[in-house]
Design a protein around this ligand. Structure first.
Ligand code: BV8
Length: 248
């Protein structure tokens, strides 16, 4: 397909979108490393590691119960709805799109995204450390809560990936990164691995890489393109642009 005077216009066939806490900031969900962020109020080691959970499960349950409760009031913002729109436009254009989120909230689902992978797990899911069962959970969790399957007491934990634990879906993510021609990172500081390394993998596959963030992230210089400002604005504008290229 030829651009008007800008050489061959590439319409994208394999799109990967990575999101972080910044995409949910305007929905009232806290980010981690911004001023007054979650990690300024809680010690990451105490509430987001297996060791912290073993040391003080009550503290960890209180931390996640508060975030699960705040999720009930949260609604998707324009960035979430724009990404759900992008998924539909990509489908109509015969392009594949995978949305990988580091977020444990359910705002992408609420906005209509379906091709979605929660690599750090989900706030509204729990798993039993005794029998391994996993399931939906949208109320408070306590050290005395009994597993509905094996009856163990105190073995239920949030189904989220803590530091030192293997993120979910890594095989699929690496497969898709090796074939992607467009990689977009939205609302993440680029401080947490392996997610922060995805842009390098995408570049190695020859993908066009873009960062959409409030401000340049730790690995901003690795991206081919950057657009900065609140996600509700920057993501919506970018989806409009890409939508035209997909329809071309
Ligand atoms: C792994 C859980 C290996 C749920 C999270 C030593 C020991 C062990 C591991 C390590 C180590 N050193 C390094 C590591 C690796 C470690 C790591 O990267 N540590 C960092 C801190 C250095 N990673 C891990 O441990 C990972 N696992 O490596 O396993 C392994 C191998 C084999 C076998 C077993 C294991 C697991 C990492 C996952 C940890 N869990 N969350 C929860 O409570 O949420 S991470 C946590 O950080 C969240 O998931 C969050 O999504 C993630 C990343 O943060 P961001 O989303 O980027 O949020 P942040 O606040 O940082 O930034 C927000 C951005 O938004 C900013 O840029 C801001 O400008 C922007 N923004 C703000 N407002 C807006 C906006 N943008 C747009 N619009 C706005 N309005």
């Amino acid at each position: 397909m030829r651009d008007r005077g800008q050489g061959v216009r590439k319409s994208f066939r394999n799109i990967i979108v990575l999101t972080g806490a910044g995409v949910s900031a305007e929905s009232g969900m806290g980010t981690f490393r911004d001023k007054d962020g979650i990690w300024t109020q809680h010690s990451l080691e105490d509430v987001a590691t297996p060791e912290g959970f073993a040391r003080n499960p009550r503290l960890v349950h209180d931390f996640y119960n508060a975030r699960r409760r705040s999720l009930r009031e949260a609604a998707p913002n324009a960035a979430h709805t724009a990404l759900a729109r992008l998924e539909r436009m990509a489908g109509q254009a015969g392009a594949a799109l995978l949305l990988v989120t580091q977020n444990v909230d359910n705002l992408h689902e609420k906005a209509g995204s379906r091709s979605l992978l929660h690599m750090h797990g989900e706030l509204e899911k729990v798993m039993c450390a005794s029998c391994g069962i996993k399931g939906p959970w949208d109320e408070d969790l306590f050290t005395g809560t009994e597993c509905w399957s094996c009856g163990a007491v105190g073995s239920l934990r949030p189904d989220v990936v803590w530091f030192g634990e293997m993120p979910y879906g890594m095989d699929m993510i690496h497969d898709r990164l090796s074939a992607c021609d467009l990689f977009v990172s939205i609302g993440t500081s680029g401080e947490v691995y392996p997610a922060a390394g995805f842009v390098e993998e995408a570049r190695m596959s020859g993908a066009h890489t873009i960062e959409l963030n409030l401000e340049p992230s730790a690995n901003a210089r690795v991206f081919g393109e950057g657009r900065y400002g609140p996600a509700s604005q920057v993501v919506s504008e970018w989806v409009e642009d890409i939508g035209q290229r997909l329809r071309a």
